[in-house]
Design a binder for this molecule. Structure first.
Ligand code: GDP
Length: 526
């Protein structure tokens, strides 16, 4: 069996495409699926971004997505590899959802708009990758438009994303004068030919090859020689080991909408990207080739159709083989569970799966048993690490607006927090509940869903808070003193851990200075 697992693991590449909204994530994903033959026509992948940022827009999209959850994971085969692309929400208010998805992938492709360069959301997403040493590949998109100079962009990526880069291709011209890209390692020129499947490839002896002048004109040929030589001098050669450790990021240039430069990216990706990697648990590290099955839930998708209340828990298989109708241990609940309809996702269709291997994502129908981070095993007690909640930035008191429905409200809040819609903190001084989010829209979604799915109604009240951070001290006494002195500003999170609610930046830094022995954590997995 273990050779079978090894063969399956070697085939798999599980990754996410991330980007600041509008950089071209959806377009690139769709082109990758087209290459894999997973879809036949452009336009088949729906953008999940919310243009107007209103609740009803969002709910509409969620309803559609809830029904066709296939868009959450898109699998396809390409050159004998099984590629799993995990979709991430396009809206920044749901960044936490993306962070959690990043815990379930082995690598990431970052899309950057050549004109806009490194944008805010890209910085945060890559920061999460760096925290986990996730290998990152960069695709600089929209070369058919006038944008920033290639060298400047690489500087920007190194500076803002703190990635060491290694360009594997280099653009010739841009915007209306975009001629194509030169593949530095293959010594190939790919001429920009919009509308063709692969562009127009020409092998060159080297950069001095006079064919280059004929193809792109003397001026552009000269410019390419100068720039490519400089790039080769300044930047390190590609080193797969360094890439796999998250220390070196290959960079490609292209135009996703024109399908240009995408094949180079994909071909390189399937060659070098990591196969399913290991995972950390509190008890021990898990290796993918272990014979026994382990997996964890990283995302829960509610079914918004009130007639079918089932949710889908997305589980990443970490080791061994997951099998249908087999008893597994739900570690947190210490309960045996088996699944009769586990689902996998192949681009536009989903199907019941008999067996799944490390790197695969399986959808488990769930009536409220799972929460994010839950582990499944063949019996071993393992608690998965590294599925952080981030310290939220927006806060409101949540109050019951219909006393007749307090049970429903409590249940709704409980389940929706497990799903990761927002975070809840209960003040220890007066038991008032505070909802914390990273985006405004999350408050509205929570209220909407409490009403529509649980028949409960809530009301928000303002609370002046700057940050909530988890606190820890080496000695019990120190913690006790802090809790006593700051009693008004202490809450517990859903797991019962102490949280300090800082009213302002100043209050936080004063607390940090006054209590050097207290550790203030800005994410939950410390
Ligand atoms: P996402 O928000 O990152 O998923 O971005 P989309 O894939 O939806 O793309 C945003 C916009 O950029 C759409 O209008 C795309 O058609 C456009 N776009 C994507 N790739 C390119 C490209 O290579 N060149 C140009 N000019 N536009 C592009």
């Amino acid at each position: 069996m273990s050779t079978k697992i090894a063969a399956e693991v070697n085939k798999r590449r599980t990754f996410a495409v991330v980007a600041h909204p509008d950089a071209g994530k959806t377009t690139l994903t769709e082109k990758l699926l087209l290459f894999g033959g997973a879809i036949q026509v452009a336009g088949a992948v729906k953008s999940n971004k919310i243009k107007k940022s209103t609740t009803s827009d969002f709910m509409e999209i969620e309803k559609q997505r809830g029904i066709s959850v296939a868009t959450s994971v898109m699998g396809f085969e390409y050159r004998d590899r099984q590629i799993n692309i995990l979709d991430t929400p396009g809206h920044k208010d749901f960044a936490e959802d993306t962070y959690r998805t990043l815990t379930a992938v082995d690598s990431v492709i970052v899309v950057i708009d050549v004109a806009k360069g490194v944008e805010e959301q890209t910085e945060r997403l890559v920061e999460v990758c760096r925290m986990r040493d996730t290998p990152v590949m960069v695709f600089i998109n929209k070369l058919d438009r006038v944008g920033k100079d290639g060298m400047d962009l690489l500087d920007e990526i190194e500076e803002k994303l703190k990635l060491n880069v290694c360009p594997l291709s280099w653009p010739v011209g841009m915007g209306p004068d975009f001629k194509g890209v030169y593949n530095i390692y293959e010594k190939q020129l790919n001429l920009f030919a919009p509308g063709t499947k692969y562009g127009d490839l020409t092998a060159l002896e080297d950069l001095d090859d006079p064919v280059l002048d004929k193809l792109v004109g003397e001026d552009y040929a000269e410019e390419l020689r100068e720039e490519a030589n400089m790039v080769m001098e300044v930047y390190p050669d590609f080193d797969r080991e360094a890439y796999l450790k998250g220390q070196l990021s290959p960079v490609f240039f292209g135009s996703a909408v024109n399908n240009f430069g995408v094949k180079e990216l994909l071909d390189c990706f399937v060659e070098v990207a990591p196969t399913p990697t290991g995972f950390h648990t509190e008890e021990r590290d898990i290796e993918p080739l272990e014979p026994k099955f382990t997996g964890f839930v990283f995302k829960i998708h509610a079914n918004m159709d009130p007639r079918h209340r089932d949710r889908i828990a997305f589980m990443r298989v970490c080791s061994g083989v997951f099998e249908r109708n087999t008893n597994y241990l739900h570690v947190r609940k210490n309960k045996k569970m088996k699944f009769s309809n586990p689902t996998t996702f192949m681009a536009s269709k989903k199907e019941v799966v008999e067996q799944a291997y490390p790197g695969d994502i399986v959808g488990l129908y769930d009536s409220g048993n799972f929460k994010i981070g839950d582990g499944l095993t063949e019996g071993e007690t393992l608690h998965f690490k590294g599925i952080p909640s981030f310290s939220p930035e927006l806060f409101r008191y949540i109050e019951n607006a219909n006393p007749m429905k307090s049970k429903q409200l409590a249940k709704g809040i409980d389940q929706l927090m497990d799903e990761g819609v927002a975070q809840i903190f209960t003040k220890t001084s007066n038991n008032r509940k505070i909802i914390g989010t990273v985006g405004q829209l999350q408050f509205d979604v929570l209220q909407y869903r409490l009403e529509h799915e649980y028949g409960a109604s809530c009301r928000y009240e303002p609370v002046q808070l700057h940050k909530a951070c988890w606190i820890e001290a080496e000695e019990e006494e120190q913690l006790k003193e802090f809790l006593r002195k700051k009693a008004q500003f202490i809450a517990k999170d859903k797991e019962g851990r102490y949280v300090y609610l800082a009213e302002s930046k100043w209050m936080l830094s004063t607390a940090q200075q006054d209590y050097p022995k207290i550790k203030f954590h800005f994410k939950s997995d410390f």
